[in-house]
Every structure is written in C-alpha cells, then in structure tokens.
Design a protein around this ligand. Structure first.
Ligand SMILES: Cc1cc2nc3c(=O)[nH]c(=O)nc-3n(C[C@H](O)[C@H](O)[C@H](O)COP(=O)(O)OP(=O)(O)OC[C@H]3O[C@@H](n4cnc5c(N)ncnc54)[C@H](O)[C@@H]3O)c2cc1C
Length: 409
C-alpha cells in the first residue's frame, strides 16, 4: 500500500536511513506486508499466540537486533531497532509486544549484567531460543513503582526467597526468563533504595513451575479489549528460590534495581513511541485507501475538504512523532541524556497513534465499526500505548520535572 510520505510500497521515513538501515527495514516491511498483515485478523479474533510468525522472526534475527555480535546478535543501535519496531507495529502491535519485553531484558543484561549473566543468557536470547519478560507492576501498583510490595529475602544458604504477586506481565507465560523488581530492604527510605532486580528463570508455557523453578505460578491470561495474541498475565511468586548469581549485576546490583529498571524504561519509551508511529502510519494507509474508494455526494470522500484535512493532519502528526522518536533514539545511541526526549516521544507518538486511529475510524464511517475492516482492530489496540511504559500523565510529570531541572533559576 502507498505510504504517505515515501511513495508506493516504500517504508515511511526511508529517506533519512543509512544504506544498512534501508536494507533491513525494506526486509522487515516486506515481512510485515506478506506475513503479518494478512494473518493478524485471525490471530486477533482467536486471541492466539502467533507462533509461525514468531518462528520466522527468529529466523530473521529479530530477537537479537540490539544484542552484540559476539553473543550472536546483530549489534544494531536503538535507532535502527526503533525503525524495525515501527514497521512491526504497522503490521500488528502485538507482534512488537512479543519482542518489546525481550528487548528490555537484553538491554538490562548488556548494561548491568555480570559477564557470567551475559554469557549465559544473551546467546540464547539473540536467537529467540528463550524469550524474556519484564515485571514491575503489581495489582495495586503501576505508575507508583516505589509502592511495590513483593519481597525477596536472602537465606542462610545465600539464595533469595521471592514472594509476591505481579500484574500485567507481557509474555508472562511464554517467556523463559523474567526480570522482576522486588523489595529487598523494606526499611529503605526512600523505598527505591531498597529494591533489587532478579533474573528469574521459569519453564515457558507452563502455568505451574516445578523442580528448580518451583514457587512460580502463572494464573490464566488476562482478557483484554485488544493487544490480543500476546499474553498478559499475573505472576505469583510463593517461596520461589533465586540463586544469588541471579541478582542483576551480582552483589553490586543488590538494592540498585529501581534505577536499573528506570533506565530500561527510558529505552522502552522510545520503543513504545515507535509503536505509536507504526500504528498511526497503518491507520493513515487505511484512511488514504478507503477515502479514495468511498464515494458520497458524487465524489470520493477524499475530495471533501473535511476528510482531506483529516488526512493532512494525520500525516503531519505522524511525521512529527517519527522525527521526535528517532531523535530520542539517536541521542541515546550517542550516549547523551535523553530522558526528556524519550518522554516527549512516548507522549506525542502514543497520543498520535490514538488520534490517527480514531480519525481513520471516522473516515471509514459505519464500516469502521465492522470487524470486516482492519481499523476495528487498530481501534482496540491503540489505547494500550497510552498506558504501557508510563501513562501520558506520567510522561508529562517526567517531562515537566526534567524541564525544571534543566532550566533552574
Ligand atoms: C496490556 C498491558 C500490558 C502491560 N505490560 C506490562 C509489563 O510487561 N510489565 C509491567 O511491569 N507492567 C505492564 N503493564 C502495566 C502498566 O505499566 C501499568 O498499567 C501502567 O504503568 C499504569 O499503571 P496502573 O494501571 O496501575 O494505573 P495507576 O498507576 O493506578 O494510574 C491510574 C490513573 O491515574 C493516573 N495517575 C497516577 N498517578 C498520577 C499522578 N501522580 N498524577 C497524575 N495522574 C496520575 C494515571 O496516569 C492513570 O490515568 C501493562 C499494562 C497493560 C494494560
């Protein structure tokens, strides 16, 4: 399908890519057109894990995009990863959900892991042999991460006992490793100084773990309005034993988990921003097509100025969101502080995703309300981006705080 600013069948934003980026993005674009878009409706309707698509993604190396080559990954930067995520989300945001928490897990290992942890996990993660989940949220806590209640206590044998309930864990059932934040010093003031990230291993697709992973149960997946196919679950840790070597970063990582997780959320925000751009781009593609086919009052609806202006606004907002997302990614790649830009990108792109999907839905008239049309799925999928990795309100808090910090008088 034609892409607004790039021309027929070309990935959007291709003109700003390096030759290497063009090659990989064209490959992913084609994969999305041929494998994801034609099949997403079926997996969405049945809320079924898209196993064949995920298998092909493993073959394409998409689980190891940012993992260094020495561990079997592609060793690419966050900017290229964001471009890939935009394309995958153009196909179906659930597919980017399958790789998102995995990407965050590999980032945590690369930045904070011990040599042994990197050597043990990264090669298997690069190929997708094992997949990772990322768990902060609890039934009573989402935005206010310092309020978590789950605990880990070190025993006489040096291992840790984990107890508590986690909520909304994307890939909670199919993952083999969960990066989970636990309270390790309940007296710490402020509380974030007493939190640790544990690398907890489990049996993929098993709701009740036994043997070496006993003490971790996964209740039935949460039923959702959209974002189907990829499972969101609770995790119940109850006397789960975690070896001391599985504290992220080893002994130095004890009580450092909050900062590590917040660092990972910063790159996670760029990733969610890219998803917002991708879903908005798809909404625009659908609107461009439908508005040139559908006629009212003797002409295609695209010829009515009210519709044309909607298309113009959508394309403009998408371009702005894409540029901001890529800017935040490039700053991070260059080792610059990008917390402000990542928050801005996430805020703008997720809101753009929701707004463009709604505009495209309106352009589809009554048919947009029918399951026969793809926009109906996008309409259920887009709101997630306003919530995950920090709500829009939380992004505004981050942006506002950083603004004041940088502009102190
Ligand atoms: C499909 C899905 C997948 C998810 N996957 C994961 C995952 O893999 N791992 C994980 O750890 N979590 C995951 N989450 C959880 C997600 O990160 C939280 O839902 C999110 O952070 C919001 O937390 P909450 O739902 O507890 O809302 P709350 O924190 O209770 O917030 C409720 C409302 O109050 C607003 N609010 C809160 N505090 C303030 C404030 N100080 N000022 C102004 N407004 C405020 C919020 O913006 C929101 O509108 C997922 C959620 C969903 C829906």
């Amino acid at each position: 399908m034609a892409v607004a600013t790039a021309g027929q069948n070309q990935p959007a934003g291709i003109d700003e890519m390096t030759e290497d980026q063009k090659a990989i993005i064209e490959m992913v674009h084609q994969f999305v057109d041929e494998q994801i878009l034609p099949n997403a409706e079926e997996y969405d309707a049945e809320d079924k894990f898209p196993e064949p698509i995920v298998e092909q993604m493993k073959e394409l190396g998409l689980f190891g995009v940012t993992i260094p080559e020495e561990y079997g990954g592609m060793g690419l930067d966050l900017t290229t990863y964001a471009m890939i995520v935009e394309e995958l989300s153009r196909g179906w945001i659930s597919i980017s959900g399958v790789v998102n928490t995995h990407f965050i897990g590999s980032y945590l290992l690369m930045k904070f892991g011990t040599d042994e942890q990197r050597d043990y996990f990264l090669p298997k993660m690069a190929t997708g042999e094992i997949r990772a989940a990322f768990s902060l949220s609890e039934p009573e806590v989402g935005s206010d991460v310092q309020g978590i209640k789950s605990t880990a206590v070190k025993g006489d044998d040096g291992s840790w006992e984990l107890n508590g309930q986690k909520m909304w864990v994307t890939n909670g059932l199919g993952s083999a490793v969960v990066f989970v934040l636990m309270k390790t010093d309940p007296k710490a003031d402020p509380p974030h100084r007493g939190m640790t990230c544990f690398i907890t291993e489990k049996e993929p697709w098993k709701d009740k773990n036994e043997g070496e992973f006993a003490g971790l149960e996964i209740p039935p997946k949460i039923k959702k309005m959209g974002y189907k196919g990829v499972e969101s679950t609770e995790l119940v840790y109850s006397g789960y034993r975690c070896a001391d070597e599985r504290v992220l970063g080893g002994a130095d990582g004890v009580n450092k988990g909050f900062g590590q997780m917040m660092d990972a959320l910063e790159v996670g925000r760029v990733n969610v921003a890219a998803r917002g751009v991708g879903i908005a781009q798809r909404a625009l593609e659908l609107a461009l097509k439908y508005s040139q086919e559908r006629k009212t009052f003797g002409k295609p609806i695209a010829q009515h100025q009210a519709i044309l202006f909607k298309l113009a606004d959508m394309a403009t907002k998408i371009e702005a969101a894409r540029l901001l997302t890529r800017k935040a990614a490039r700053m991070k790649d260059a080792g610059q502080r990008s917390d402000l830009e990542a928050g801005m990108a996430k805020l703008l792109a997720s809101e753009t995703g929701k707004e463009c999907v709604e505009d495209s839905f309106r352009i589809h008239g009554g048919y947009g309300y029918s399951k026969e049309y793809e926009i109906e799925r996008l309409y259920r999928d887009a709101p997630l981006l306003l919530i995950g990795e920090g709500t829009s309100e939380i992004q505004r808090m981050v942006i506002g705080k950083k603004l004041l910090e940088r502009n102190k008088i």
